[in-house]
Design a protein around this ligand. Sequence first.
Ligand code: UDP
Length: 480
Amino acid sequence: MQMENKPHAALLVSPGVGHLIPAIELAKRLLTHHNFLITVFVVTTDSSTARSIITQHTSNLPSLNVVIFPPVDVSAKLGPNPSLEARMNFTMIQSLPLLRSSVLSMNPRPTVLIVDIFGTLAFPMAREFGMLTYVFFTSCAWFTAATIYLSVIDKEMEDRHVNYREPLHIPGCKPVPFEDSLEAILCRDGPMYEGFLKAAQDIISADGILVNTWHGLEPTTVKALMDREILGGITKGPVYFIGPLVRSTEPKTKEKDEILRWLDDQPTGSVIYVSFGSGGTLSAAQMTELAWGLELSRQRFVWVVRPPKEEDTSGSFFDVVKGGKECMDYLPEGFAKRNHEVGRVVPMWATQAEILGHSSVGGFVTHCGWNSTLESVMHGVPMVAWPLYAEQKMNACMLSAELEVAVRLRGPEGAVVPREEIRKVVRRVMAEKEGKAMRGRVRELMLSGEKAISQFGPSHLALCRVTTDCLNHQMNGKIY
Ligand code: UDP
């Protein structure tokens, strides 16, 4: 195919490793399987982290064009402790002039702008240049459905959910229990609600919506979102299910890190991996209980530890790999030494995809971020679901109550989860019959995910349709 006949996709990525990693995977797919030209624009508050992730994951793809915008200094403008949403919004607004001038200087101009849910502010610019607009949900179909439905929700029904704690009924989908609902919906008086509502309205105006999931994982919700009589009728364009897009593990020839070498010496399926994504943090008291819970469970473990934060469970979302060995100081005295035979503590950051793909790993204590969830499913690893922020409670609810591939950790509302509870859930996944059954179910999901993404599988075909939409748009000469 000639260069000029290739569609050109520009991806705009909002801050956060959890947004960057799936965007890179999508870019790689479009480049290698669908013959796109690709430019990835990365908005960040920490360009060194973004750069190291991009280098790690795209080193064999020199034709992938990545532009990292200069880091935005959030603290100088927003004062102390701004919310995650306020920071996200601010950084995205700052990036718009840079995006415009980059797009203006490009030849060929992008055919389509693909943004995550924080990037819809760039739609007016894309439309001005005649580009197609797409939203990429780096989350599950259920959250996608809740977001889309919010744009048309009957206010009375919303009242019943928010004020009377009734489940949120979404047409064609499983209702969202009040306890697992989105903070943005529940805090209707705050700026978070308004921002989310505005984003939902922009999202439904997109020419297409891409979701990192597949029918085999979420059949009911996927059906509701595809059916124009149910939820599909709310969106202007089609909803495409293109997952699971997860990071491939590094080539085996690469020198293994210390943790992977330690895992090599452990029995198959015997180690539980504990990590709360790129941003999740616990309070100091909660870290102590977790440490004791792990020790009392008498299971092997690998735990990614970062310094505690007392207020905000999304504490390190904006400065991900800062910090170092000092987080060990927050562990109970003697913890690392006492558990040296059976466990490893990793400060700040681990090679998660490789760890989950290791045959010695048999369970994952996770905050249920969607990338972590998919990585666990795609390596056939059952979970302890410990949601912290964003849509993670919905993910945890789906994984435990519906798919039955996770045990939900439930502590007293808003209080520290005690060690005994942690001990119990770890043993349920690692040492009891229940864990074995979950392992069987999660492996079935893994196989259905592999099938979905394989050549001519539904997710591959969905991206073929996106390619056709883009080629048609380009051939109609609508790019200015
Ligand atoms: N991750 C990693 N090492 C870590 C922590 C996280 O490689 O120590 C990766 C993880 O594999 C996943 C991403 O960072 O791909 C986190 O995304 P997720 O959606 O799970 O959570 P978020 O960070 O967005 O809350």
